[in-house]
Ligand binder design. Structure first.
Ligand code: ATP
Ligand code: MG
Length: 418
């Protein structure tokens, strides 16, 4: 036998039984999204490297360490990258397709695979699927509230009761600089204790330190000045409107100063839904926020935006931990067993007739004995079976058996239906 080839590390095979769970989730996601007025957008799996450098940020881990670069043939240079996230691609697409002058708000959702060069572990893959939503053209805190309540409804509908919504506001270009100063001076006092990456972040993107997963950095970060304490009046008002809208909708949340998005064009609202899943560091199933500077940063007009992304792999994990039952398996309506070549041909014709009526019917394709065919019909849990032999072909009549009750009725092969 030839040597076996295995899938790349950090990737996933989904076989039909599991795919049912995926389909159930996808159906739920699409129906909730459409109810909130979001339409599906599909965009390339790879894009110009520059798009992610500008759209995600040069100093983020995603761009610095986790991006899969594609070499431009013959040049040895990385011109494209596999998408590590969806927002940058969506923004490029709406600008390129002239959508920024349409009636606002623009609302898009995507279900797409993302690629990140990460250390594979529970809840952390190198290829994973995200469901994301992006709403453009509204500064209102009610847009934030509608996006958050959509995320909340999705988790509720999928049976994840034990979810925690953490919210923070990271301010805007007006109030951020003052905060940043306070933050830098706090961390400078404890610079020698920070991890190497965070010492680098202190110079380039200090907000990002609040996001570090190392235990020492996060314990130092716990005592850092909080963004909410230095918000300008507009940002404070925006946050308070959002929180009252959530209160009115009965959505509970926790203000969490530790949540940040360390990019210049992320503004005001940032949030995460935490769910019970394998591996504490991977408990964020949904992460999102407002990015009022991004469309402009990518060459479009000044258009605000807010969105989130849910990791489907983590969502499934959370559903399992929450004891959600997988959707009921579908099963064939009819299995037609046959003896001999001629009967097999007739069985095939009847199965075709059923499928033409959009009904799931099967006949033997592997030349099993009659006994083995009946065993197989049991195994696939066919609701009805029919046995065709010489006698049945001659008379055109056969016994249709209800596999649940054992009841049998004579049916005409040419015309019977279920
Ligand atoms: P983390 O802090 O866990 O690395 P992140 O901040 O990198 O997450 P985002 O870029 O905000 O994640 O992506 C949104 C969601 O996508 C995450 O909340 C998570 O559910 C999912 N996700 C991110 N990276 C991975 C991965 N490598 N494997 C599986 N799911 C992922
Ligand atoms: Mg990450």
């Amino acid at each position: 036998m030839a040597a076996m080839i295995q899938k790349p590390r950090g990737t996933l095979d989904v076989l039909p039984e599991r795919a049912k769970v995926w389909q159930h989730i996808e159906k739920t996601l699409r129906s909730v999204a459409e109810k909130y007025g979001f339409g599906e957008i599909r965009f390339p799996t790879f894009e110009n490297v520059d798009l992610f450098q500008r759209g995600v940020g040069d100093t983020t881990d995603v761009v610095q360490k986790e991006m899969y670069l594609l070499e431009q043939k013959g040049t040895g240079e990385a011109r494209y990258a596999l998408r590590p996230e969806g927002t940058a691609g969506v923004v490029r697409s709406i600008i390129e397709n002239g959508k920024c002058s349409d009636a606002m708000p623009l609302r898009y959702y995507y279900l797409a695979n993302m690629f990140r060069y990460e250390k594979p572990q529970a809840g952390r893959f190198r290829e994973f699927t995200q469901f994301g939503v992006e709403l453009f053209g509204s500064d209102s805190a009610l847009a934030d509230a509608s996006v958050i309540s959509m995320g909340n409804e999705i988790l509720e509908k999928l049976g994840i009761r034990d979810r925690l919504l953490h919210i923070n506001s990271i301010g805007c270009p007006n109030c951020r600089p003052k905060y940043q100063e306070a933050l830098v001076s706090y961390f400078q006092g404890r610079e020698s204790e920070l991890c190497e990456t965070c010492r680098e972040r202190l110079k380039k993107n200090p907000l990002r330190i609040l996001d570090c997963k190392s235990p020492i950095c996060s314990s130092i970060a716990a005592g850092a000045p909080k963004t909410v304490d230095s918000l300008c009046d507009d940002c404070r008002q925006h946050l308070s409107t959002l929180l009252s809208a959530l209160d009115d909708s009965g959505i509970s949340y926790e203000l969490d100063p530790g949540i940040v998005r360390g990019l210049d064009y992320y503004t005001r609202t940032v949030f995460e839904f935490l769910c019970p899943i394998t591996g504490a560091a991977q408990s964020t199933v949904c992460g999102g926020g407002r990015y009022d500077g991004l469309v402009r940063e990518l060459g479009g007009p000044s258009l605000s935006g807010i969105g989130f992304a849910i990791g489907i792999n983590r969502l499934i994990d959370a559903m399992e931990k929450s004891g959600v039952n997988p959707p009921e398996e579908t099963r064939p309506l009819l299995y037609i067993a046959s003896m001999g070549q001629e009967a097999a041909m007739r069985a095939f014709q009847i199965a075709s007739r059923f499928r033409a009526e959009d009904k799931w019917a099967e006949s033997d394709l592997v030349g099993r004995s009659l006994k083995a065919q009946m065993k197989y019909a049991d195994k696939i849990r066919a609701s009805y079976t029919l046995i065709l032999g010489e006698e049945e072909l001659r008379s055109g009549i056969a016994q249709l058996k209800n596999m649940e009750t054992g009841e049998q009725v004579a049916v005409e092969l040419a015309t019977f239906s279920l």
